[in-house]
Design a protein around this ligand. Structure first.
Ligand SMILES: Nc1ncnc2c1ncn2[C@@H]1O[C@H](COP(=O)(O)OP(=O)(O)OP(=O)(O)O)[C@@H](O)[C@H]1O
Ligand SMILES: [Mg+2]
Length: 901
């Protein structure tokens, strides 16, 4: 036997070449082509997702389809994107847009700006370029100097992401007016959450345009997005399965086209083994060449070693084939690839050079370059030729060369086979390399560095970076993102760094509270309290108690609130923390106000204001003004109340405190309402509602909707009112806020009563009273009882109901007198008087009406105005005032040295 090679040589092609010719896949291509035809002919957007195992040939199908599209419709614009694991949030869009605008790295900034502006103006025609420049620029890291438009945007950072999605969609629509566009997103299973959302958003929202979106993924997408295929009707799914036996044979013949005729044995072994997976098939052929089963002799002739084929142990699965491929790498090549994969889906020559220097002796003189770069580049070239990796034009890292793994399976296998300790070392070094390399550190950059720090065995610093990224997200009101980042920080820290964890729980509690999740908020403040106790920090502990007290107050658990706030006050006093003392006093004042104890409330709040004026912090002075305004209003001093609210609004505008502006506007509206100036009130509230929608603040939207809804029924717009209030009620239930649930139920009851729908009215009122009784808020129960009395009187026909109504009026009066809420007393008296008058008890009724009028006069309420506007209707209810704690307890933050990294 010996050297029994069979000569089958035909040519001497590159032995590593992959098949140039496509085999099979006619159905898949036809499906794609049909969709493309529809896109072109209907001018409608369509989404296609190809799904199939690694290496099965998805990319190949797409490539084939795209070249056919280009051939038959040369004007079509093709933008290809590949999603990378551990990439930045929108990196796939960055790549696509850079290609679209012809932005190449290495150009000077002004050239890039110029190029971008030119391309964009060209695409947009006579449309306004400013917004597009700014928002699309943010995807490709192109910044433009400030302009007035941007300055107004800066005030609303929370809107930024929403707007830039809209702008991107609009851009594609405009761009597709000239020629159809095909966008491809490969390896979707690796895409960042935000990119997945954006792809879906585009597919669902693009209007009337010739845009085809092609996604390519393995079945892993089902783990990340089980509902990926649900939703838009214009979504086509293409399952890519194995090649048929015949097509596998054809592929093999293409791959070994150097041979004139292939022995059946070889064909059978290889095609059976491959199971129709073309990547596997290619791997097997490579292995046969590498282990010299197929060789080229000195004359360039191709020979097959049949014996060897029989005795050879070939891989039985794709995984095994991949392992054999990796086994064929030299040690240094493997090291390079291990370092590369630590950078993520794509990697950079510069990063490899930096990692190569970890254990190298430092040269005595270093002029900025050395041999390493060239050596590594040569290795990379060889890996490219052997199909392990591929170069990527236009690096995302300025001034560096970018590459990507060719086969995801190989990358994952190399990771699994590597020594974890070694990878950890690389991650640690990469974190530091990026810290230098990334000069501008936004949320995404911080998150990227944090992930390397974590993998690199530095959880404490990783925690700090996640914390900073979380703060950035919080500052733009991206609650969900902030929560995710803070949770990651806590996960990294474990038992480490109690001081940082105090800050984390504090901020996390805050964000949860802002998002309306009271339970999670309390959980975090309690953790903060426990840590403060262990560290014996009086003022941190004070801040934690305060925070818990506030959550309870917001949830209407007033006694618990007082207990925590009182403890907080004592702790701040012990710590000589003036800011803390002031905020505690103010918070306690607010609880008393909610309970209806106005003089005590005012006392505490004035004391807080004095301290705050001494400190001179505008934000908290504005808060004091607002709160005092509320108490003034409730005790009937409307002009004073207006003055306080206006002053707080002015200060808040000065410091662009949007939540604060909403609160001040709302409260101003309520005074107008109390004064009977309904239209003015609605105007002010609508202004506030717009602001609340802008920062996606559900809680305040609920307050405002309730107020607007109540006023709508007062001026006779019943249907509008029910609509507005129902929305408010839904929000309130979602938030689980008992005061708001009660208030919206009561208001709905009243609206239905005025519409004459008594059954519905009573149902809502009963729920309202039950809710308020659980809250033990006498004012609220008193008001709700009055409404129920009105309803009972209105809807009843017999003596029984009249007796009941009278009893309920008395109950309402008793409760309101207990808390001394004069305005509400007057309102109940007036309503009661009307009821009595109807019964013919004229004298009694007149006396009662006079009593009410006297109170109104004393409170300077323009009764005439109210009466005139409410001809034939019942008395105005108490409008719900807004008292949402918005200010930081300054002490919790200001002492920390960890605000920035
Ligand atoms: N129908 C085909 N005809 C010829 N060669 C093919 C065919 N399908 C795939 N190949 C080849 O098989 C290899 C793997 O295919 P491809 O990269 O398209 O797989 P994939 O499904 O995109 O894999 P991954 O999930 O790793 O992205 C490539 O070298 C490709 O050229
Ligand atoms: Mg692919």
């Amino acid at each position: 036997m010996g050297t029994e090679y069979k000569n089958m040589s035909k040519s001497t092609n590159n032995p590593h070449a992959t098949s140039k010719d496509m085999v099979g896949r006619t159905e898949e291509l036809a499906d794609l082509w049909n969709v493309f035809q529809k896109v072109v002919n209907e001018r409608n957007p369509y989404l296609v997702t190809l799904i199939g195992n690694p290496g099965i040939g998805k990319t190949r199908i797409v490539t084939e389809f795209l070249s056919k599209a280009r051939e038959e419709k040369p004007e079509v614009r093709i933008l290809r994107g590949i999603c990378q694991p551990e990439g930045r949030t929108y990196s796939v869009f960055t790549r696509i847009l850079k290609t679209r605008f012809g932005i190449f790295e290495g150009l000077p900034t002004e050239k890039i700006q110029e190029q971008f502006r030119r391309e964009l103006s060209d695409a947009l025609g006579d449309r306004r370029v400013t917004e597009f420049l700014h928002f699309l620029g943010s995807f490709v890291d192109v910044k433009f100097p400030e302009n007035p438009f941007l300055r107004t945007m800066e005030a609303h950072p929370e809107q930024f992401d929403e707007i830039r999605k809209m702008v991107l969609k609009r851009f594609f629509e405009v761009d597709a007016e000239r020629a159809p566009i095909i966008l491809t997103f490969e390896d979707l299973q690796y895409a960042a959450e935000e990119s997945l959302d954006l792809i879906k958003f585009l597919a669902e929202n693009i209007e009337k345009s010739s845009i085809m979106i092609v996604c390519v993924t393995t079945s892993e997408i089902f783990i990340r997005r089980p509902a990926w295929f649900e939703g838009p009707k214009n979504h086509t799914r293409i399952d890519v399965g194995p090649l048929s036996k015949l097509n596998s044979e054809r592929l093999l013949m293409h791959l070994l086209s150097q041979f004139e005729d292939l022995p059946d044995e070889l064909v059978n072994v290889v095609t059976n083994l491959s199971g129709g997976n073309p990547m596997f098939l290619e791997q097997i052929v490579r292995i046969l060449k590498e282990n010299k089963t197929i060789v080229q002799d000195e004359n360039g002739k191709w020979l097959l070693h049949l014996d060897k084929l029989k005795s050879l142990k070939l891989p039985l699965s794709v995984e095994e084939a991949v392992q054999v491929r990796i086994g064929a790498l030299t040690t240094y090549e493997r090291t390079i690839l291990e370092r590369a994969l630590c950078m993520g889906g794509v990697f950079w020559l510069g990063g490899l050079v930096a990692l190569d220097r970890i254990d190298k002796p430092v040269p005595e003189i270093w002029g900025g370059t050395d041999e390493t770069t060239h050596i590594i580049r040569e290795y990379l070239d060889s890996l490219v030729t052997r199909d392990y990796i591929m170069p990527i034009p236009d690096s995302t890292l300025p001034g560096d060369e970018e590459y990507a793994f060719k086969h995801n399976l190989e990358r994952e296998m190399i990771r699994r086979m590597a020594n974890p300790k070694t990878l950890e070392k690389y991650h640690a070094h990469l974190a530091e390399w990026l810290e230098f390399k990334l000069t501008e550190k936004g949320e995404e950059q911080l998150e990227l560095i944090a992930s390397h720090l974590k993998e690199g065995g530095n959880p404490q610093k990783a925690g700090l970076y996640y914390f900073s990224a979380g703060n950035m997200a919080r500052d733009r009101y991206a609650h969900k993102k902030a929560i995710g980042l803070y949770e990651k920080a806590l996960e990294c820290l474990g038992e480490l760094d109690a001081v940082l964890r105090i800050e984390l729980h504090h901020n996390l509690g805050d964000v949860y509270q802002a998002a309306g999740n009271f339970q999670k908020a309390v959980e975090n403040f309690v953790k903060m309290k426990e840590l403060a106790y262990r560290l014996d920090s009086l003022s941190k502990s004070g801040a934690a108690h305060n925070r818990i007290g506030r959550v309870y107050r917001e949830a209407g658990r007033l006694d618990e609130a007082l207990r925590y706030l009182g403890t907080g006050l004592a702790l701040f006093q012990l710590a000589h923390d003036d800011r803390g003392v002031a905020s505690s006093l103010d918070d306690i004042g607010k609880v008393h106000w909610l309970k209806g104890a106005y003089p005590i409330a005012l006392n505490q709040m004035m004391e807080a204001l004095t301290i705050r004026q001494r400190i001179g912090d505008l934000r908290s002075i504005a808060l004091s003004y607002n709160n005092i305004g509320l108490v003034k209003q409730d005790s009937g001093n409307y002009e004073e109340a207006i003055a306080y609210f206006t002053e707080s609004l002015r200060l808040r505008r000065e410091i662009s405190d949007i939540p604060g502006i909403i609160v001040s506007l709302n409260n101003l509206g309520t005074v107008y309402e109390d004064k009977g100036e309904h239209e003015k009130a609605i105007t002010v509230w609508s202004e506030a509602l717009d602001e609340a929608k802008r920062i996606d603040d559900r809680l305040r939207q609920t307050f405002l909707l309730t107020n607007i809804g109540v006023t709508q029924y007062q001026i006779g717009k019943y249907e509008d009112s029910v609509k507005t209030l129902t929305q408010a009620n839904i929000f309130a239930k979602e938030l689980g806020d008992r005061v708001l649930i009660g208030e919206t139920e009561r208001a709905l009851g009243k609206a239905y009563m005025l519409m004459g729908e008594h059954q519905k009215a009573r149902e809502h009122l009963r729920v309202a009273i039950e809710t308020f009784e659980k809250l033990r808020s006498k004012v609220h129960v008193g008001i709700a009882l009055r409404t129920l009395a009105e309803e009972t009187a209105e809807g009843g026909w017999g003596e029984e109901d009249e007796r009941k109504a009278e009893e309920i009026y008395k109950q309402s009066l008793r409760l309101l007198e207990e808390v001394g809420n004069e305005l509400e007393i007057a309102r109940t008296l007036r309503s009661y008087a009307k009821f009595i008058a109807k019964q013919g008890r004229v004298q009694e009724a007149e006396q009662m009406a006079l009593k009410a009028k006297a109170i109104f006069t004393k409170l300077k309420v323009s009764t005439e105005k109210i009466e005139e506007k409410q001809q034939g209707r019942l008395s105005s209810p108490k409008i719900y005032e807004m008292d949402v704690p918005i200010e930081e307890p300054q002490s919790a933050i200001s002492e920390s040295g960890k605000e920035t990294v």
